[in-house]
Design a protein around this ligand. Structure first.
Ligand SMILES: Cc1cc2nc3c(=O)[nH]c(=O)nc-3n(C[C@H](O)[C@H](O)[C@H](O)COP(=O)(O)OP(=O)(O)OC[C@H]3O[C@@H](n4cnc5c(N)ncnc54)[C@H](O)[C@@H]3O)c2cc1C
Length: 418
């Protein structure tokens, strides 16, 4: 019997567990928290099903969508699919039509509101240049370097919102190489890749609530409330570490100090989700809207939770997202509340709950060296921070879980044919 222990049941650990079961492994999945899901999970507040942080997926998340379907989630019913939309409250901004790529991008740029023809031409010329260079650039470049010379409306209306939502860093700090990879997959990844997929249910219902029973039905052991203190106790058979970077660093300190140091060196950035009761009927054209943001008005996006969930008790509830946020919860809450009152004309809005994840994403800076998936011949690692093409995302986590199982299989085959 091929046995593997997986430590951590976030989306990377769940992905590893499902792929390992499919490859014929006897899986033991150990999770420290009372529930699976990690950073992408349900949070219940005063009887309302909210999330640890508002998430958005895109059509290019092929592995994540495939994983959901494997465990029985009806992705079409649980995700609101809409063409990429970066519209602001005054109606300015971008919305791609529901056409095949790259026509949708060209038409979306041509009809962008608030951009002059010269802005549109500048962006199209630059995008063609990126395509000619196969979406590759020097590793030391920031997104700001990459976009130098692009007009301000293009930066404010497209590059900055995309950069901060995908890499959780402003363009002045974010890796151009990773940004280009995200753009390439979204814009040229085939039909529907650039679509926004917004959860209609909470994040636990989107994967963990279906994955855990699926795993048990397929013979896996899933234990919650199991905070692993020492990996060595589990190393009688292979282990996959699927905990966050800082915890993986602690657990590998005595086993592989250099790997541990690399994981420990990663820096993290925060995301705040401020849930607000608008005390009004929301009549936005789309369930998600971009907001003009700056230090005193820090939220970049707002979501209409009532419209998305269809639940009566979430009517009028807004989730406002501050990517790359500061760490003062009260200051963020007050600033965002005022921003929502002013920019969305909701004078009676009241804050309900602020979820501040101080280590939401690893800082995806230029030239960043991320730890590899192989720690030792018996110990592998997966998670959004493991070396790979994506920033901290669900897709990055899910792909790394699958990759760890592929490596595990290869190691097993080598050992058993040697
Ligand atoms: C607020 C917020 C907003 C986000 N928005 C988006 C978004 O819009 N789109 C997107 O794609 N991504 C988004 N992300 C990123 C995404 O959530 C993460 O990339 C992904 O969830 C990481 O999954 P993971 O499995 O690698 O790690 P985690 O989710 O951190 O899972 C690790 C698991 O390991 C467990 N664990 C830790 N230590 C131990 C131990 N010693 N023993 C046993 N178990 C242990 C933890 O409890 C946890 O369940 C967002 C993240 C946050 C926080």
């Amino acid at each position: 019997m091929k046995r593997v222990t997986i430590i951590g049941a976030g989306w990377a650990g769940l992905s590893a567990a499902v792929h390992a079961v499919q490859a014929g492994w006897q899986v033991r999945l150990l999770e420290a928290a009372p529930q699976a899901g990690g950073r992408a999970r349900r949070v219940v507040h005063q009887g309302l099903n909210l999330d640890n942080g508002q998430h958005i997926l895109i059509g290019a998340y092929r592995d994540t969508l495939a994983l959901m379907r494997t465990v029985g989630v009806e992705t079409d019913a649980q995700l609101c699919r809409m063409p990429l939309t970066l519209r602001f409250p005054d109606g300015q901004g971008l919305r791609l039509p529901d056409w095949p790529a790259p026509l949708n991008v060209l038409a979306g740029i041509a009809t962008a509101r608030g951009w002059s023809w010269s802005d549109k031409g500048a962006f199209i010329r630059r995008a063609l240049q990126w395509q000619t260079q196969r979406f590759e650039c020097a590793t030391h470049m920031t997104v700001e370097d990459l976009c130098a010379g692009l007009p301000q409306p293009v930066m404010d209306g497209m590059i900055e919102p995309l950069c901060v939502s995908a890499l959780n860093l402003p363009s002045s700090q974010a890796s151009a190489q990773v940004f280009l990879r995200v753009l390439q997959d979204a814009l040229l990844g085939g039909s529907g890749s650039s679509d926004m997929l917004i959860p209609l249910c909470d994040l636990s219902a989107l994967l963990p609530d279906a994955a855990v029973p699926w795993l048990r039905q397929h013979g896996a052991e899933v234990l919650t409330g199991q905070h692993v203190q020492d990996v060595k106790e589990h190393l009688s058979s292979p282990v996959i570490l699927a905990c966050p970077a800082w915890e993986a660093a602690r657990l590998t300190q005595a086993i592989h100090p250099a790997w541990s140091a690399q994981a420990h060196a990663l820096k993290h950035t925060a995301i705040a989700t401020i849930y607000i009761q608008s005390n009004a009927r929301l009549t936005w054209p789309h369930p998600v809207m971009a907001l003009p943001s700056h230090a005193q008005a820090p939220a970049q996006f707002v979501f209409d939770k009532g419209r998305l969930s269809g639940e009566q008790n979430l009517l009028g509830v807004i989730a406002a997202v501050v990517s790359a946020s500061g760490s003062d919860r009260d200051a963020i809450t007050q600033a965002v509340l005022q921003q929502v009152r002013d920019q969305l004309h909701l004078p009676h809005a009241q804050s309900m709950l602020t979820v501040l994840e101080k280590r939401a994403a690893f800082a995806c800076t230029p030239g960043l060296l991320r730890p590899p998936a192989i720690v030792t011949s018996q110990l592998l690692a997966c998670g959004d921070y493991i070396d790979g093409p994506y920033p901290s995302t669900l897709e990055g986590a899910v792909i790394s879980g699958k990759h760890a199982v592929n490596l595990l299989e290869a190691m097993y085959m080598r050992e058993n044919t040697a």
